[in-house]
Design a binder for this molecule. Structure first.
Ligand code: SF4
Length: 252
């Protein structure tokens, strides 16, 4: 059994596959909370701070999550949706943290069906949960977007950086790359050193940097600093197309 916060058809807005029409499965719950990203939201008259997908992280939103108890039910729904789309789109499994569910029978059943159907899967993960690729071999056929958190996430280093997890994914997955969410302040405060420490663990992976922000206004505050940072250090700039176009992180 696992929880979905939302599912929808859109275009990948970030990272290496930005611009690719993709069907999104956003699982609910995360093992981190990233208060440093400072996305302000209100629930039950209480002001809280978290990341741009707080609605898939904070269990106070659980009433809006859908419990998936049967793989074939979700597979049937996906078949209908793909038929309407008219082709088999790239599937992005994001969160929250989707790898929380990697051993779950229902979740793995859906992943196996997608792979057997020839569908490309990208996992958007914070890269902190060790995957047993021998016991769950379908994950070796997936792409991993390692959206690692730096100190600006507000998480302690021992929680957000687990070197063994990174080594195993880089070695076993068919493709993986690094994606960092940074702002003007962390660029001043040592983003390069933090990224370099991660690259020392997995030196061969491409690096994408994108601006912090849950709205057009907030990404606008950071985009030019991130743009310059990428030029200076030969990293790849990633915009956040869905926010730029729709001014939200939900349902697009
Ligand atoms: S790891 Fe990702 S989904 Fe989880 S709290 Fe941090 S930014 Fe949000």
């Amino acid at each position: 059994m696992f929880y979905l916060a939302e599912q929808f058809f859109s275009i990948q807005g970030e990272g290496k596959y930005a611009g690719v029409p993709s069907y999104f499965l956003r699982t609910a719950a995360c093992n981190l909370s990233c208060p440093g990203f400072g996305a302000r939201y209100e629930i039950d008259d209480e002001v809280r701070y978290g990341c741009d997908t707080y609605f898939a992280v904070d269990s106070r939103f659980a009433k809006a999550w859908t419990k998936i108890e049967c793989a074939s039910d979700l597979v049937e729904r996906l078949k209908r949706e793909f038929e309407q789309i008219g082709y088999l789109p790239h599937v992005v499994i994001t969160g929250g943290e989707p790898i929380l569910y990697y051993k779950d029978e229902v979740f793995y059943g859906v992943v196996e069906w997608l792979i057997a159907s020839g569908i490309e899967i990208t996992f958007e993960t914070n890269g902190t949960i060790l995957i047993d690729f021998d016991a769950y071999p379908a994950y070796a056929s997936c792409i991993f977007s390692l959206s690692l958190k730096l100190s600006n996430s507000g998480e302690i280093k021992s929680k957000r950086l687990v070197p063994e997890v990174l080594r195993v994914i880089a070695e076993r997955a068919k493709e993986s790359f690094l994606k960092f969410t940074i702002d003007a302040k962390i660029i001043q405060d040592g983003a390069l050193e933090e990224i370099q420490e991660i690259r020392d663990i997995i030196p061969d992976l491409q690096v994408y940097c994108m601006p912090v922000g849950e709205s057009r206004d907030s990404i606008r505050k950071n985009d030019s600093a991130v743009f310059g940072f990428c030029m200076e250090h030969n990293f790849r700039y990633s915009d956040r197309l869905h926010i730029r176009i729709f001014d939200t992180t939900q349902g697009v």
